[in-house]
Design a protein around this ligand. Structure first.
Ligand code: AMP
Ligand code: MG
Length: 520
């Protein structure tokens, strides 16, 4: 196995001088050196072919002993020095101080085909940032992260990637529902890959500690390697950097809204500086379209991170990043100007995105209202988001009265659709037909375009749970089946039609399917 190692993070940023792996506050340093924990009986369960080739590895490599050992932390790549990053963050709106890679260990950075990647193990043992936890991960959350990050990539959503999913062979104690019933579960390790795993919290920690020197070092480093086109560090460059982070964050969030993805824990330590979806914990997919839905039971009371709030939370988090950058910029005006652009830009982009879901590509005065009324309709009765938008492409202008029958498969309780609700839908479809008449493209073309933004297959919460239940029994076939299915989420795939279906009744209130805690 040959990887072209090109470490820059550890070479250019200040390291924690303490080498002992003990929990502590780490000051004036961006990372601590740490060695992954040896595991009892590592077994590789799955690898992503695309990520293998992105890193310059072959399928043969993936079957080697070396590969299993490296990507479960049991051996270290030659000439590398694994490390855990120091960062802080706002958790559920409150400053939480130092957090850091508590169970993520960066193995090395790799270059292949002029692309730069950081490879990181999640669940490979404790680090100085593990606080009161064990640095490990269980199989269920690892399957969810592995499948979802690759699925998101294929949906066209910016995201960290996954190379491999392995069992550690060790048992991990978890209180899954935080109700005092702890139990042993299978331990697992995912190898994640991204150009960088820097988060908003990597900057916040130094601002919070009034360590402007290290703050400037890490910002300059980020610009030099990940925003090189912005040029040499200066006040203007810092502002442009912030503007780009704001834009890429917003772009990512619009994609989340488009596909119905709810992150669940949008803390600032879970916001990538590259605008990539990061840290798949208690995330979920909208089944019934519902602005108030969050999969995260830990956030059940206030629903801070519900689907309908994600764009607003993005802005809140960007304010925290702006505060963190302020000390090296020295004035608030520029940052405020950029922050002020967010809401308007978000509205514009949201409108364009929602139009595309409806097959509308021109700009008409009442579009926002048409979309708003659709969102209300979708929440009148439980209506499956994915099925609704996918089936909507069959709508015919000539047959507006058939609208309801085209989308009725999306209703969870079709028998309970009352006459007034039916009438509202009919009226909406009439308006929609009128609006479509103003478009210039053919209905065939419209259908094709709609099918490129409205996925047919997403990783529904119960699908991941089925794969987890099987995996816990030692059967990994469904992991591969879903992995392959979700590589082509916009394709019809008639042989996989069974996955184009509403959440089954048994999954409505089942743990893992509609409810997830942060325990992982
Ligand atoms: P999260 O909200 O899952 O992104 O995690 C918040 C913080 O807790 C991060 O600093 C994580 O590294 C840390 N953390 C989460 N789970 C564990 C664990 N099992 N062991 C050590 N640290 C953890
Ligand atoms: Mg996190």
């Amino acid at each position: 196995m040959q990887l072209k190692i090109k470490d820059i993070f550890t070479k250019e940023l200040p390291a924690d001088p303490v080498l002992e792996n003990s929990r502590r506050q780490v000051k004036k340093a961006c990372f601590s050196y740490v060695t992954p924990k040896k595991t009892r009986k590592p077994v590789m369960l799955h690898t992503s072919s695309e990520m293998l080739s992105n890193l310059g590895l072959s399928e043969e490599d993936a079957k080697s002993k070396d590969f299993i050992n490296v990507f479960t932390g049991n051996s270290i790549l030659p000439n590398t020095t694994p490390y855990a990053m120091c960062y802080g963050g706002h958790q559920f709106g409150n400053w939480a101080g130092q957090l850091g890679d508590g169970r993520a260990i960066n193995l090395a950075e790799v270059e292949h085909h002029n692309k730069h990647w950081t490879i990181q193990l999640k669940g490979a043992g404790e680090t100085p940032y593990s606080r009161t936890a064990d640095g490990l991960a269980v199989l269920r959350s690892s399957v969810r992260e592995y499948l979802c990050s690759e699925a998101m990539h294929h949906l066209g959503v910016p995201t960290t990637r996954a190379l491999s999913l392995a069992l550690s062979g060790d048992e991990v104690l978890r209180d899954m529902l935080y109700d005092g019933n702890a139990a042993y579960e299978k331990g697992a390790i995912v190898c994640r890959v991204a150009p960088s795993f820097l988060r908003f919290g990597n900057y916040q920690i130094f601002a919070a500690r009034q360590d402007e020197e290290t703050l400037k070092i890490v910002v300059d480093y980020t610009i030099k390697h990940h925003f090189a086109h912005l040029g040499k560090p200066s006040k203007e460059t810092y502002l442009k950097f912030f503007e780009e982070v704001l834009n890429s964050t917003l772009e990512m969030l619009i994609h989340w809204q488009r596909v119905g993805f709810v992150h669940g824990v949008m803390n600032t330590d879970n916001m990538s500086i590259l605008g990539q979806t990061i840290d798949y914990g208690p995330y979920g997919w909208l089944e019934g379209y519902d602005h108030n839905w969050t999969p995260n039971t830990t956030d059940g009371q206030f629903k801070r991170y519900r689907y309908g709030a994600q764009l607003d939370i993005g802005l809140w988090n960007l304010y925290q990043l702006a505060n963190a950058l302020y000390p090296i910029i020295g004035e608030a005006e520029g940052l405020e100007r950029i922050l002020k652009s967010y809401n308007e830009e978000a509205q514009v982009q949201y409108l364009v995105m929602m139009r595309s879901k409806l097959g509308l590509f021109s700009d008409e005065k009442n579009d926002a209202e048409l979309i708003y009324s659709l969102e209300e309709m979708l929440q009148l009765t439980e209506t499956d988001m994915t099925i609704f938008f996918r089936n909507l492409s069959y709508f015919s202008i000539e047959d507006a009265s058939k609208g309801l029958s085209i989308i009725k498969d999306a209703f969870y309780m079709p028998k309970e659709i009352s006459d007034p609700v039916e009438q509202k839908w009919s009226l909406w479809f009439e308006r929609y037909a009128g609006r479509l008449r103003k478009e210039e493209i053919s209905s065939k073309e419209r259908k094709e375009k709609m099918n490129q933004v409205n996925p047919k297959y997403v990783l529904r919460n119960y699908m991941a749970q089925l794969a987890i239940d099987d995996a816990n029994k030692g059967d990994y076939k469904l992991i591969d089946e879903l992995f392959q299915l979700l590589r082509k989420p916009y394709d019809e795939q008639p042989e996989n039609e069974k996955w184009f279906a509403k959440r089954p009744d048994w999954a409505r209130h089942k743990v893992g399917c509609s409810m997830l805690s942060c325990s992982s």
